[in-house]
Design a protein around this ligand. Sequence first.
Ligand SMILES: *Cc1c(COP(=O)(O)O)cnc(C)c1O
Length: 377
Amino acid sequence: MEIYLDNAATTKIKDEVFEAMEPYLKENYGNASSIYSLGKISRNIVEESRDKVAEILGSKPEEIFFTSSGSEADNWAIKGRAFYMIDKNKHLITSPIEHKAVLESMKYLKKFGFKIDYVKVDKEGFVDLDHLKDLIKEDTSLVSIMYANNEIGTIEPIKKISNILKNKNIAFHVDGVQALPGIEFNLKDLDVDLFSISSHKIGGPKGIGALYKKSGMKIDNLIHGGGQERSKRAGTENVAYIVGFVKALEILDREKSKNIKRVKGMRDYFLDKLLKLNGVYLNGPIENRLPGNINISIDNIDSQFLLILLDKYTIFASSGSACNAGSIAPSHVLKAIGRSDELAKNCLRITIGENNNMNEIIQGSDIIVDTINSLRG
Ligand SMILES: *Cc1c(COP(=O)(O)O)cnc(C)c1O
């Protein structure tokens, strides 16, 4: 039996989602910008989908822009805001534990003379709000802090940060990709300017995401071309994927609070078992942590080797983010929270999702505990 424990990397597409997409890959193939009836079918479903996203997230439809991924939404928010302000304010703030889509966008902007500061995080990954206040300058144009960390599950105090930034001419971007399945929230309450989400972390197809952009927030385009997405994001609308994404979002919304409780129950059982082993350390906090996230460092265990052994049992887990997998460099997140190179490398990330059941959790945790014990001789 396959036991998939890497739900932060991606999730299995839901049957209902796949079925909803199919007609838009086959008979309803019209271009949403065409004026004849076949095009109208596509236009109507795209706009209905946008309305649903807005309703579920707590925004206005015109504040939702479909993108090709969560990575694109992050790139667009950061580069779009930075370049819009390039002649005035060139200071940007982020944290050292962001997703690479944020960190690499920031790094790229240095080429254009932007100055980047990184707000300190504590040993559980929470951003230091006093340090953030100290970092804010006259020419700060953007702060980008993720809602929930994909490696260690830390949930950042987004509302407190938006309060700090209130009434300043600073855009607040939040990478909400992991928060979408893991946290019950509403954009109205969070009061942020830019918010990224992705479909494949919630049972939708890969290669589709969205950026929320608050009305009045000005950002440059990232993708230039035709007039799609109210002339802010060129490219023929990916109708079938938009439909799939929004179907996944509707299912998520319906079942979220129930699933969060169930996933957390399975996670706590799994975590208790792992923490009973000697030389196992939890990375990230106990409270204010994503419900399905486990990240541990293990003394004297090569995690790449452990993962290969687990693969033989068709147990799929990871050693950090999927983007870092295969690289031998220790996780930038674990380094930022102060782990030694050794412990940062010897880590195991297990991310439990709603598709898992208690049977898998019992079996999976037994095999992982046995494998660690046997590796230690
Ligand atoms: C997965 C992920 C992304 C990237 O989303 P894609 O749709 O895979 O490009 C960005 N940020 C976080 C926190 C993620 O977990």
